[in-house]
Design a protein around this ligand. Structure first.
Ligand SMILES: NC(=O)C1=CN([C@@H]2O[C@H](COP(=O)(O)OP(=O)(O)OC[C@H]3O[C@@H](n4cnc5c(N)ncnc54)[C@H](OP(=O)(O)O)[C@@H]3O)[C@@H](O)[C@H]2O)C=CC1
Ligand SMILES: Nc1nc(=O)c2c([nH]1)NC[C@@H]1CN(c3ccc(C(=O)N[C@@H](CCC(=O)O)C(=O)O)cc3)C=[N+]21
Ligand SMILES: [Mg+2]
Length: 297
């Protein structure tokens, strides 16, 4: 049996088209476009690629994009001052501070400065608390994108056994909360988990968010399971000097066992950016007091 490939790229393109289709009505009612501010500190090449992609897709969706590039030696105070300026700017509905930040900066202090109502990444403790208590807030883009793909594939997730590998604040933990909210039975595995392959083999749904290239092997996967690979790892390619992207799952192996699987690239990555635009659209409606139908997207 060969798994179905879940086309995150196509799903994300559809999502972005839906967002774009809702922008003109918002503009009409609010008298302005939704606005997303992205802050990048330092010159990490991978981060620069993401930020460029975000800018391009934001503009394509008819939204305003504000890019702020700061040098790697930016101080905590300077970054905090910029975030406060964006909090106060009525043209800005969403604020994303690209992570990771340079060592001299306290990440959680910066995230705490972002107005929770503009926190389209869903990283502020207020939004983390809202997610874990079932209140309306902003949900981190990558896990929300994963749940959208899972529901599209499986329909109701109720009662499924889900194993999330990874417990970071930005992927693993919010992923577990979302699956719990969908009535899955959730196990969160991490670097201290004993007998990881056996734990993963129980799962109807496997979400790999580890940051270790091709770690999850075919014999860890229950035949027919749905596998969501969040990992983005750049590794040496076939030709010398070239690199390629691989996930946290050994795709070539796992595709022979899983029922469905996301590829890397073209799986979860494009969903993250599409959900970011969706969250920005929602934030714009809330901040401008324009009613938004939560079932729309
Ligand atoms: N597609 C997308 O849009 C995005 C992709 N990513 C990618 O997802 C991956 C994870 O990102 P992120 O959550 O930020 O990573 P982190 O490094 O913050 O977290 C990794 C998690 O994996 C766990 N882990 C590490 N090694 C092992 C192991 N050998 N066995 C089991 N668990 C292990 C760690 O455990 P412990 O807590 O014990 O240390 C930790 O909880 C990366 O490849 C990243 O590039 C991230 C964000 C968005
Ligand atoms: N505040 C913050 N929010 C984030 O959401 C955030 C962040 N910081 N820091 C970095 C991670 C990573 N991330 C990705 C987004 C898109 C792709 C993506 O589009 N990937 C393409 C490939 C892109 C390529 O070719 O490099 C794909 O998988 O098909 C990947 C990774 C968001 N992150
Ligand atoms: Mg990380």
């Amino acid at each position: 049996m060969t798994a179905d490939i879940i086309d995150g790229k196509a799903f994300a393109a559809n999502l972005r088209a839906k967002v774009a289709a809702m922008v003109p009505a918002f503009r009409e009612k609010a008298g302005r476009a939704p606005g997303l501010a992205v802050v990048l500190v330092g010159e990490d090449p991978a981060s620069q690629v993401y930020v460029r992609n975000k800018h391009k897709t934001t503009v394509e969706a008819g939204m305003e994009s504000f890019e702020h590039r700061l040098p790697a030696d930016t101080t905590q105070d300077a970054l905090t001052a910029l975030v406060e300026q964006l909090n106060a700017d009525p043209a800005v509905d969403g604020i994303l501070v690209q992570l990771p930040l340079p060592k001299q900066i306290d990440e959680s202090a910066v995230l705490a400065t972002i107005d929770p109502d503009k926190d389209v990444d869903g990283f502020h403790v207020v939004n983390v608390g809202r997610l874990s208590t079932g209140m309306h807030g902003y949900v981190p883009c990558t896990p929300l994108g994963c749940v959208m793909l899972l529901k599209d594939r499986l329909g109701d997730l109720s009662g499924k056994d889900a194993v999330v590998i990874g417990r970071s604040n930005i992927v693993g933990k919010p992923m577990a909360q979302l699956l719990l909210a969908e009535n899955c039975t959730v196990t969160v595995a991490h670097s201290r988990t004993a007998h990881l392959p056996e734990v993963v083999r129980r799962a109807d749904i496997v979400v790999a968010a580890v940051g270790r290239p091709e770690m999850v092997k075919a014999d860890w996967i229950k035949p027919g399971a749905t596998v969501i690979d969040v990992g983005i790892n750049r590794v040496p390619g076939a030709e010398p000097g070239k690199t390629k992207l691989v996930g946290d799952v050994d795709f070539a192996e796992a595709v022979e066992v899983a029922g469905a699987i996301t590829p890397v690239p073209g799986g979860v990555g494009p969903m993250t950016i599409a959900v970011l635009l969706r969250n920005t659209l929602v934030a714009a409606h809330r901040l401008a007091d324009v009613p938004y139908d939560e079932k729309a997207i």
